[in-house]
Write a protein that binds this ligand. Structure first.
Ligand code: DGL
Length: 266
């Protein structure tokens, strides 16, 4: 049995990707993780496609220089506009979150009416609609831009009444159309999962693409015979700008201390 003890790279604009990194650690405890949050350029949801491609390349160069064996683009916004370009350019398996999220949504929906909460860029790209329709052509999909949610999460305002109001207004369209499944189409939104579930009501299933993404990562590591061989791996955290959301909000959610978050200039 071959093994590979190099780290898995994980990136996002900020603390959103920790929702994926946490699951990787839970399910693959022997793996080292190098996590980078591009907080200097956050929020990604309102950037142009060319800016997002530029950010993704810088991050990829940083992770490649750290000799990672696989990369999880734990950011829907980046995945929805740059993943194919990155796959052409970098000789490393890159796992995005949109395709796994779409697959999970189609699996759980009974009436094939699916709402996707996402950033403006992700919603506009129609990446989820495309992926869902490629699996289930007669599905109906409502992709809703939710600009207020990433700043609220980064600032730790996950229980504010204004955030609840914003969530209600974003959910109105899919719920009026009897969607039975809501995809958390931004890795920041699992921080708001209980609020989103409460507003959606019991008959709606909430899909966090992180779960299927980690399943996909395991499949890829099995294919490349790339699992680490050790009991317990280490996670290192980097940010390109402010680190306060990592220590104040991220650590609470991550369930274990993040240790030092190092600032890097890339
Ligand atoms: N968490 C990211 C996503 O999944 C990006 C959010 C943002 O920076 O706007 O889309």
């Amino acid at each position: 049995m071959q093994f590979d003890n190099r780290a898995i790279g994980v990136f996002d604009s900020g603390i959103g990707g920790l929702t994926v990194a946490r699951l990787i650690q839970e399910q693959l405890p022997g793996e080292d993780i190098i996590y980078i949050g591009d907080t200097a350029n956050l929020p990604y949801g309102e950037k142009s496609v060319s800016q997002l491609i530029d950010f993704a390349r810088r991050i990829m160069d940083f992770l490649m220089a750290n000799q990672v064996k696989a990369i999880v683009a734990a950011c829907n916004t980046s995945s929805s506009v740059s993943i194919d370009i990155l796959r052409d350019r970098y000789p490393v398996p890159i796992i995005g979150v949109v395709k796994p999220g779409a697959r999970a949504a189609v699996r759980v929906s009974k009436n094939m009416r699916i709402g996707v909460l996402a950033t403006e860029v992700t919603a506009k790209s129609s990446a989820y609609r495309r992926e869902i329709l490629s699996i289930q052509p007669d599905a109906r999909v409502w992709e809703v831009p939710c600009p207020a949610l990433v700043p609220a999460v980064e600032q730790g305002r996950t229980a504010d009444p204004e955030v609840r109001e914003a969530v209600s207004s974003y959910l109105a369209l899919p719920l009026q159309n009897q969607a039975d499944t809501i995809v958390l189409g931004c890795t920041h939104y699992p921080y708001l999962q209980s609020l989103i579930a409460e507003v959606s009501g019991e008959r709606v299933t909430i899909v966090d693409p992180a779960v299927e993404t980690v399943t996909e990562l395991k499949r890829v590591l099995a294919d490349i015979r790339g699992f680490a061989q050790r009991e317990s791996g280490r996670a290192s955290f980097f940010a390109t700008g402010p680190t306060n959301s990592f220590t104040e909000v991220g650590a609470r959610f991550y369930g274990r201390g993040l240790g030092r978050v190092e600032t890097v200039n890339i």
